[in-house]
Design a protein around this ligand. Structure first.
Ligand code: SF4
Ligand code: SF4
Length: 221
């Protein structure tokens, strides 16, 4: 783990400002935990438009996100009083929310501060708040375990993109498009199932399954 060397004062005052005008990207692990928490299957979350996809032009990928709608407000943000808001799914909130006000680069295993955080909300960074080093903040928030699984996901995602399963290479190639969307459904919309008996996302098993889908496609083309 690597950190930028700085300390910063931080405390959440429940303003909810980090939950609006933000893209809340999700990993398959995030989707799994969220669906289990809501007692739904992953596919239900997409069918009910709680989750949707957006084009990620940097990764050449279709990214699953929380559907924040035209108002760009997270649907899980609930008002507690005139000034305060709470997260309805706090225990299962996605990694990007747990990281706030930090970001994480999985290629370099590096944590750093979000550039937009201070402009978004001055209360979080009031000098009266407790002072943290990035390392302290990361450890206190229990992030290392979650970023480990995120790293596995991102490595696999880049392998897929590099091997031609990306929004550029599938253009005008119908059979490949079909497989691209089948891979997405398998990765994001399959676990947990309706009658889920799993306690965690079956990462290795599902990764192998997707690899065999690709092998089968390559052998038949
Ligand atoms: S913007 Fe800061 S104070 Fe407001 S909810 Fe987010 S972390 Fe908490
Ligand atoms: S999931 Fe919770 S913490 Fe994350 S943006 Fe929505 S309301 Fe905010």
């Amino acid at each position: 783990m690597k950190f930028s060397h700085e300390t910063f004062p931080f405390a959440c005052h429940l303003t909810g400002r980090c939950c609006v005008q933000n893209v809340i990207a999700l990993s398959p692990f995030d989707i799994f935990r969220l669906a289990v928490h809501l007692n739904k299957s992953a596919s239900q979350l997409f069918q009910e438009k709680i989750l949707t996809y957006t084009i990620n032009k940097a990764d050449y990928w279709m990214e699953p996100i929380i559907n924040t709608g035209l108002e760009m407000t997270c649907p899980f943000l609930l008002p507690k009083s005139m000034e305060e808001h709470v997260c309805e799914i706090y225990e299962s909130r996605p990694l990007v929310c747990r990281l706030y006000p930090l970001k994480y680069n999985p290629e370099e295993d590096y944590y750093f501060r979000r550039l937009d955080a201070e402009n978004r909300c001055s209360e979080c960074f009031s000098l009266e708040n407790e002072n943290y080093s990035l390392k302290e903040f990361v450890e206190k928030s229990g992030l290392p375990e979650l970023t480990e699984e995120y790293k596995l996901y991102r490595e696999f995602l880049f392998d897929l993109v590099r091997s031609g399963f990306n929004i550029i290479d599938i253009k005008h190639k119908k059979p490949k498009q079909k497989l691209f969307f089948a891979i997405q459904a398998q990765l994001y919309e399959t676990f947990p199932k309706e009658k889920n008996e799993l306690t965690e996302y079956p990462w290795q098993e599902n990764k192998k399954h997707i690899e065999s889908m690709i092998e089968e496609f390559q052998n038949s083309n």
